[in-house]
Write a protein that binds this ligand. Structure first.
Ligand code: IYR
Length: 222
């Protein structure tokens, strides 16, 4: 039989002024976030990474299955192996696998197949999605809305990294099954995103970008 258990939950009802102040402060902080490709090699404590990942793991998920696993890598040799494998795939991407239109769209970011950030950043977080789970007795159990759930957790992760004062980049070398092999993950775990995490390099630069206005991204029905 399925047991249903509920516990009380509330959040204080705050004034409209407080609401506006909080949402503005949140926007201002989050709007400062940028994808960063130039990292400092300054160390970041393991506890910080653990706490950031636990924030990501607090994300909502289909049937509360939390269908994710995070590999946090600071080991130099493992980072080297990952960089080598990622650059091999990216070389192919930039030399024929990506369309002309795609390459043109990427021009303003000045990216290429060389991924120094993989070995420079003190940590790599690799998010794996679990299309199904395996119980200790070997039984397979279903997960739901895996792509959506893990995407939301990735958003939480990026937000937690930024709120900590650190920087990251959502890197998706493609294909990225080499991550499953290097990190020795089981068959039910598929790589989702690779994120270098650390402080920005001293003279870090990012491309000048403009974000869409509210009128371009919101349609109100009042
Ligand atoms: N994965 C490649 C290419 C790339 C693709 C997109 I879409 C970007 O927004 C940025 C890069 C790379 O990491 O260089």
């Amino acid at each position: 039989m399925n047991e249903k258990k509920f516990i009380a939950y509330s959040r204080p009802i705050i004034s409209e002024d407080e609401l506006k102040n909080k949402t503005t402060a949140c926007f201002q902080l989050m709007n400062e976030r940028r994808s960063v490709r130039e990292f400092s090699d300054k160390k970041v404590p393991k506890e910080v990474i653990e706490q950031i990942i636990m924030t990501a793991s607090s994300a909502p998920s289909g049937a509360h299955k939390q269908p994710w696993i995070f590999c946090a890598v600071s080991d130099t040799e493992t980072k080297k192996q990952i960089r080598e494998a990622a650059e091999k795939e990216e070389f192919e991407n930039y030399h024929g696998r990506m369309s002309e239109e795609w390459l043109k769209d990427l021009e303003k970011f000045d990216t290429d197949w060389v991924k120094e950030f993989i070995t420079k950043a003190p940590w790599l977080i690799v998010i794996f999605k679990k299309s199904y789970d395996v119980l200790p007795d070997g039984t397979k159990t279903k997960n739901y809305y895996v792509q959506e759930s893990v995407g939301i957790a990735a958003g939480f992760l990026i937000s937690a990294i930024h709120q900590a004062g650190l920087v990251t980049l959502t890197h998706t070398p493609s294909p990225m099954n080499f991550l499953q092999e290097i990190l020795k993950r089981p068959e039910n775990e598929k790589p989702f995103l690779l994120l270098p995490v650390g402080f920005p390099a001293e003279n870090c630069i990012v491309p000048e970008l403009k974000r869409k206005s509210s009128g371009e991204v919101i349609v109100f029905f009042e």
